[in-house]
Design a protein around this ligand. Structure first.
Ligand code: 3PG
Length: 333
């Protein structure tokens, strides 16, 4: 009946907070599964450049199929929007590949501890690239984050420089991604935007992945010589293919959900949500992989995460004060 058709729309409109909560839940859930499956793959098939391209490839196929069936309907794109999206996608691709080089090299919990520094890089970018003055209190609130990550790194049992440096490069890439995203704000819905970003990211990812892995002899030659055959010998062809397919699906869906969530909440809430996501991933990955962590690493990780929470709280308060004072200034000319 007519009533039944109207009811679901009414429900979503009536309980927006519930819907946003559901988005956060799905984002975290998909991300935890992605991280675990991804690391399981690296344990038998340690080729992060190749696997990163597969993640994007599966996502792009999924987007093309979704558009073909009209769920969602493809939004038209023009050259102006493409020009704005290209830098976002390049940073997305670079941050993605470097995150994965780190995931393959060290414990998942350690990569995410380093990635908890992302707000610190964002603050640095606001001050040194955008020229915004960051108050001293805000900088000071970031000190425990840096201290915590340093403490955690010094005694991390899986530590190596490849894992550390590539996670740091991913922090820089994702900071630039957020700077360019601000310039690329459009009316297009987030699902379509992320679909275009995935397609461009895949295109920009393939040539460097081939060049770097072949020319620098990083993983290309080993991959072709025995990588595929070793991986398949360990788990069987069916599992090998289905693992790569599912990890790509989870990668795409968690990122799509993250983008959909950003559409519903303020950027700061989203950034805090992203750090909270890492707390879940760190916890689950330690339990599932049975990683040993030293007491100092445990304490350092906790200090870093508490530091991010404090920083976000102070920043949110400052933004609220700025908002209130601009309203007051506006109303009393
Ligand atoms: C990736 O594969 O790109 C990483 O999972 C990115 O990590 P993040 O979305 O947790 O920053």
């Amino acid at each position: 009946s007519g009533d039944e058709k109207v009811a679901p729309v009414g429900f979503f409109d009536k309980y927006p907070a519930l819907v946003t909560g559901f988005f956060f839940f799905m984002w975290y859930f998909l991300n935890v599964i992605f991280n675990i499956l991804n690391k399981k793959i690296y344990n038998y098939f340690p080729y992060p450049y190749f696997v990163s391209v597969i993640h994007l490839f599966v996502g792009v196929v999924y987007c093309l199929v979704s558009w073909a069936v009209g769920l969602p309907k493809r939004a038209p794109v023009d050259s102006n929007l493409l020009k704005l999206l290209i830098p976002v996608a390049v940073c997305h691709a670079l941050g993605h590949v470097t995150s994965n080089v780190s995931f393959a090299a060290v414990a998942v919990s350690f990569t995410h501890t380093i990635k908890a520094l992302e707000p610190f890089f964002n603050a640095a970018a606001s001050q040194f690239i955008l020229g915004q003055q960051i108050p001293l209190t805000l900088w000071l609130s970031l000190a425990p984050v840096v201290l915590g990550v340093s403490m955690a790194s010094l005694t991390e049992l899986s530590f190596n420089w490849t894992g550390f440096i590539s996670a740091m490069i991913s922090n820089i890439s994702f900071t630039y991604r957020s700077l360019y995203s601000k310039k690329a704000m459009t009316d297009m819905d987030s699902t379509n935007i992320y679909a275009y970003i995935s397609i461009i990211a895949l295109i920009v990812c393939i040539p460097p992945a081939i060049i770097v892995s072949m020319v620098a002899l990083i993983e290309g030659p080993q991959l072709l010589k025995h990588g595929f055959s070793d991986g398949i010998a360990k788990v069987g062809l069916t599992k090998f293919i289905s693992d790569l397919f599912w990890v790509g699906m989870f990668y795409h869906l968690y990122n799509q959900l993250a983008t959909n969530t950003l559409e519903r909440v303020a950027p700061l809430t989203h950034a805090v949500g992203n750090v909270l996501k890492r707390v879940f991933v760190i916890g689950f990955s330690i339990v599932i992989f049975g990683n040993k962590i030293s007491t100092q690493t445990g304490i350092g990780t906790a200090i870093a995460i508490a530091g991010v929470a404090t920083y976000s709280y102070i920043k949110a308060k400052m933004e609220e004060e700025k908002r209130v004072s601009s309203i007051l200034n506006y109303s009393t000319p």
